[in-house]
Design a protein around this ligand. Structure first.
Ligand code: NI
Ligand code: MN
Length: 226
């Protein structure tokens, strides 16, 4: 699979001949000004919760690409009302087999209102099982014992965890989370975008390394192959 970082918690993952886009927040993000969203043509857009910093560019990218939105029922309905045609509503605990693999929605401890104040349902994370590996995308979440269930349920090859603190778990709790999910390869997200979530990257690398984990902090616009 090829993972490309588009800033904040936004990534594309190319897997099994599909392009998945997670939590699009690009045009309002000054750090991601090098990214041209008009070139993004995902097959699927996965949205963890309704906050602006996860959904800002969802409508425009869905319309230009014809991508299918995968999110909770409330967010899917809200996007449908804005003209997004293709969508698949889900909720926590459920799974579905898409052409790229299996998606299971898992718990996230956070909140979820939409940019206009509409109810955004419950925040979620995603567990993806694919022929090219299993992925846990945590969304915005605190450390929670529920992560142990995810790690015991499936072997996770790579996990996307928030590390910026203030709105989500920070570095120390993300190290514990990576233990809970039995995963040694962590891609950090939800850090440095705003003042509240600025981190000391050296501290983050050191703490993950001390726990025997690899922390990857990607440059915006860069890709890695796993
Ligand atoms: Ni949030
Ligand atoms: Mn957020």
């Amino acid at each position: 699979m090829i993972i490309t970082y588009l800033g904040h918690s936004c990534f594309t993952i190319e897997v099994n001949n599909s392009v998945l886009l997670f939590d699009p927040f690009i045009t309002p993000n000054e750090l991601a000004s090098s990214i041209d969203i008009k070139k993004l043509m995902p097959d699927y857009i996965l949205i963890s919760h309704g906050h602006q910093d996860h959904i800002a560019d969802a409508v425009s990218i869905a319309k230009q690409s014809g991508a299918t939105i995968i999110s909770n029922w409330e967010i899917v309905n809200w996007l449908n009302n804005q003209g997004v045609e293709k969508s698949h509503p889900m909720n926590i605990g459920g799974h579905w087999f898409f052409d790229f693999g299996k998606v299971k929605c898992v718990n996230a401890v956070h909140s979820s209102s939409l940019p206009d104040g509409s109810y955004g349902g419950n925040p979620m994370g995603f567990l993806l099982e694919t022929k090219e590996g299993n992925i846990y995308y945590a969304g915005d979440t605190a450390l929670t014992l529920d992560m142990k269930l995810i790690g015991d349920y499936k072997k996770i090859d790579v996990a996307f965890l928030p590390i910026g603190s203030n709105f989500t778990m920070g570095i120390d709790n993300a190290v514990i989370a990576s233990d809970f999910i039995h995963c040694d390869k962590i891609i950090g997200m939800h850090y440095d975008t705003f003042g509240y979530i600025k981190i000391d990257q050296d501290e983050a690398f050191g703490k993950f390394a001390a726990a025997g984990k690899e922390l990857v902090l990607m440059q915006i616009g860069s890709s890695i192959t796993i």
